[in-house]
Design a protein around this ligand. Sequence first.
Ligand code: PRP
Ligand code: URA
Length: 212
Amino acid sequence: MKEYSNVQILDHPLIRHKLAIIRKKDTDTKQFREVIKEIAMLMAYESFKDVPTQEIVVETPLETTTQTVVKENSIAIVPILRAGLGMVDGILSLFPAAKVGHIGLYRDEETLEPQEYYCKLPTNIEEKVVMVVDPMLATGGSAVDAVKMLKKRGCKNIKFMAIIAAPEGVKKLAEAHPDVKIYVSTLDRCLNEHGYILPGLGDAGDRIFGTK
Ligand code: PRP
Ligand code: URA
């Protein structure tokens, strides 16, 4: 696959270990959910290396010092419903003050085209770093549309995080939105004829919510 300067693969042995767990078809809903959350937290640690910061004055028991902290009100997390919801708590465990917006999109099973059904975003989202999250980047249709919706509302600093990506989805998103930094933990082989990622993990939403 062509290399894109806006795409980063967050490869780490610990993430690989956790990926093996969520790929296993016998992993139950409880463990699947827990591990999705843990991977999201590990990915957030790395992908927010450039998080906005500010200086504050801190009194230690011994003296006054200037310290660097995460800038207040600077981050929004936007899960793509449903499966993106599974990643939110992992990121909030690192950024508990982040605001959370929701974009509802589902793929039409025949055409694979994303259908929008919900959008509720934090006020002043255009001033924040927005991390769009979805465990699966398959054809890329949902991700491309979600980013479009955010740009329409004035967002300028948008990142996208997926746990598993197909080359087709990475290409589509990276080319449609070259200004968006894309973080994935693994690049899988390809899509099957139904638009599922191979080897993948199946339907992420169904596995997180136990709907099948
Ligand atoms: C899945 C997944 C992504 C989308 C990826 O959601 O969570 O949102 O498919 O596919 P794409 O890259 O081809 O657009 P789905 O539409 O199954 O909805 P769900 O999360 O409600 O199950
Ligand atoms: N959505 C999923 O949940 N899984 C896939 O493999 C592709 C799209």
